[in-house]
Design a protein around this ligand. Sequence first.
Ligand SMILES: C[C@@](CO)(OP(=O)(O)O)[C@H](O)COP(=O)(O)OP(=O)(O)OC[C@H]1O[C@@H](n2ccc(N)nc2=O)[C@H](O)[C@@H]1O
Ligand SMILES: Nc1ncnc2c1ncn2[C@@H]1O[C@H](COP(=O)(O)OP(=O)(O)O)[C@@H](O)[C@H]1O
Length: 268
Amino acid sequence: MVVFPNAKINLGLYVVEKRPDGFHNLETIFYPAPWRDALEVVPATGNETTLNITGLAVDAPTEKNLVMRAYKLLANEYKLPKLDIYLHKAIPFGAGLGGGSADAAFMLTMLNQLFELGISEDKLAEYAATLGSDCAFFVYNCPMIASGRGEILSPIKVDLSGYTIVLVKPPFGISTPEAFAGITPKKPKIPLTEAISQPIERWKDVLFNDFEPHLFRNHPQLAAIKQQLYDKGANYAAMSGSGSTIFGLFDKEIDFTVEGCTVFSAKL
Ligand SMILES: C[C@@](CO)(OP(=O)(O)O)[C@H](O)COP(=O)(O)OP(=O)(O)OC[C@H]1O[C@@H](n2ccc(N)nc2=O)[C@H](O)[C@@H]1O
Ligand SMILES: Nc1ncnc2c1ncn2[C@@H]1O[C@H](COP(=O)(O)OP(=O)(O)O)[C@@H](O)[C@H]1O
């Protein structure tokens, strides 16, 4: 069986407070984006479950790969056969696109379906949340407003169908802990639900990503890319998650390239 885990973007991202467990309470909207990996499982040819990766070289050892961790999480509780897992990695990591979390959530969902485990969607999301803060979102994979660590989710009506999304990944990544290190938590000035209900042209004045100010200071290229997207006519542009990807939303098709960056674009 093969599935195609997709990326996400964040529409607004507020780091509200630091928690005693070291994590931060957030407010954000997760929206699916069509940059995809490919993930396949087949019966194992040997005695052990294996993971074979092509495409981008993931900087995590096999045991720590989120796909393997997802398999082991369910294998600990349900009778699962040994598998050969094939992951073709196309979504950049350290990118704020949640690609690793998407792989893990799609793995949980695929195993549940393939081996008829009968796990409810909400229970799958609970398993996913133990693997990563934004992992539960990918179980539902529809626009969600998120709070807590990012795992408390409610569906929200935001429809960007017909817009062209341009995702620009600079040649460097940003790790999520690095991004949190520069943050002073605070409540959003404009509630997220109020901001998102404005017309998209207003979003640049009401919808913010709290990671942008300090990461743009440390990496001026990020601010430059965002400005280039607006110069090209973006209706809205922002950094996704904790970076380093900058996305633009356009009500027309455009050609966009930046030297040294990987650019992905598609109609939503
Ligand atoms: C903050 C977001 C916003 O979208 O960043 P991106 O990864 O998308 O860029 C995500 O929720 C991230 O989700 P995920 O990448 O799964 O994070 P995790 O592995 O759970 O956490 C990585 C590290 O980030 C910090 N972290 C993460 C989430 C959170 N709510 N508070 C935190 O302080 C912690 O230092 C944690 O050890
Ligand atoms: N299947 C996977 N794909 C991508 N990264 C993975 C995977 N498994 C583990 N990781 C680790 O998770 C880190 C962050 O992954 P990802 O969720 O894609 O990043 P982000 O959302 O911060 O861009 C990577 O740097 C890598 O070390």
